[in-house]
Ligand binder design. Structure first.
Ligand code: PLP
Length: 317
């Protein structure tokens, strides 16, 4: 059966970047791109719901942990792109860890951003500063079920503190949380408008607000922080596999990866020859933990942490 001249793209970064990727690939390839944007955890859940009758071809973007979970569960397909040779080691490790069912496309450190017009001195600098009662109902973060950003926070705190201590911390932090948003970057957009004082997000999301003139300062927490390897996967049994591989190879090229900065997205790209935007928070100047992607991207670990979050934090709302 001939393939339709189509590509069904599931996209988990910011809408603006998703649209630019879809439009640029369509223009270059002549393939009609049908794009849907959903957060990382939501896209994983969609692939799971469509298991056996997949409708998507490529899942591009979003944090690596749910991509690894999808790989483990056979929801995504193995593919060794010729472009792997051009990628940073951290991007290739993600591919190797998953039997080549996923690959790293960008990296970025977790942190938070605060509105300088709403937060007095001393400025917060650590995770522990977020428990201060002066921030009562003035912090937002996403729900880790829907958002890869918020799952990265959960997994980061567990790795820094130990699981019980991390849930203790999240319980105390909950006193200061006004809202658990659906999408990972929403808290910093809300901090930029002054709806909340602090948003817990990837640092590049805070920078994206600051460069447009919002009074936002990005913080790399003093205790150290986790990071994401934003990822891409081919959907197992998707309707347009050849077009999917064309997109995959193109998305790993320096030209395609340079589109991020045009869409106001400042992650570090995975192709060694792609320009690193000058605005990107420099990963070697941030105290990063040795984030264990294999453990925290494993299906059991992710399910257990999310169930515990639902029971101890989410259910209290
Ligand atoms: N947008 C940007 C700029 C990101 O870096 C990421 C993480 O990969 C996401 C969105 C993912 O968003 P969410 O937390 O909603 O899954």
């Amino acid at each position: 059966m001939a393939q339709a001249n189509e590509l069904v793209l599931y996209c988990s970064v910011q809408e603006e970047w998703c649209r630019l990727m879809g439009e640029s690939f369509q223009r270059e390839s002549g393939i009609n791109v049908l794009m849907t944007r959903r957060s990382s955890g939501e896209t994983y859940a969609q692939l799971k719901a469509e298991e056996g009758q997949p409708r998507g071809d490529v899942w591009w973007g979003g944090t690596g942990d749910p991509h690894l979970q999808a790989a483990e569960e056979g929801l995504t397909a193995a593919y060794e792109s010729p472009m792997l040779a051009e990628l940073q080691d951290w991007a290739v490790s993600q591919a190797e860890a998953s039997g080549f069912r996923t690959v790293g496309i960008y990296a970025g450190a977790l942190g938070y951003g605060f509105n300088t017009e709403l937060v007095d001195d001393p400025a917060p600098a650590c995770w522990s500063d977020l428990l201060d009662e002066r921030f009562r109902d003035d912090i937002q973060v996403a729900n880790p079920n829907s958002s890869g950003t918020a799952y990265t926070l959960l997994a980061t705190l567990v790795q820094i503190m130990g699981e019980d201590e991390a849930f203790e911390f999240l319980g105390q932090l909950d006193e200061n949380i006004s809202q658990y948003t659906q999408s990972g970057a929403a808290p910093i957009r809300n901090a930029a408008t002054g709806e909340t004082a602090i948003g817990i997000v990837f640092m590049h999301d805070a920078v994206a607000q600051a460069v447009t003139g919002a009074p936002i300062t990005a913080v790399a927490p003093c205790e150290g922080t986790g990071y994401e390897i934003g990822s891409m996967s081919l959907v197992e049994g998707g309707p347009n596999p050849e077009n999917a591989r064309l997109f995959y190879d193109w998305a790993l090229s320096p030209e395609a990866q340079a589109l991020g900065a045009e869409a106001n997205s400042f992650q570090v790209p995975s192709n060694r020859n792609a320009p690193v935007p000058p605005e990107s928070p420099s990963l070697d100047q941030i105290t990063l933990i040795d984030y264990d992607f294999v453990t925290y991207g494993a299906s059991d670990t992710r399910q257990n942490l999310l169930s515990r979050w639902d029971a101890e934090i989410g259910a209290q709302r």
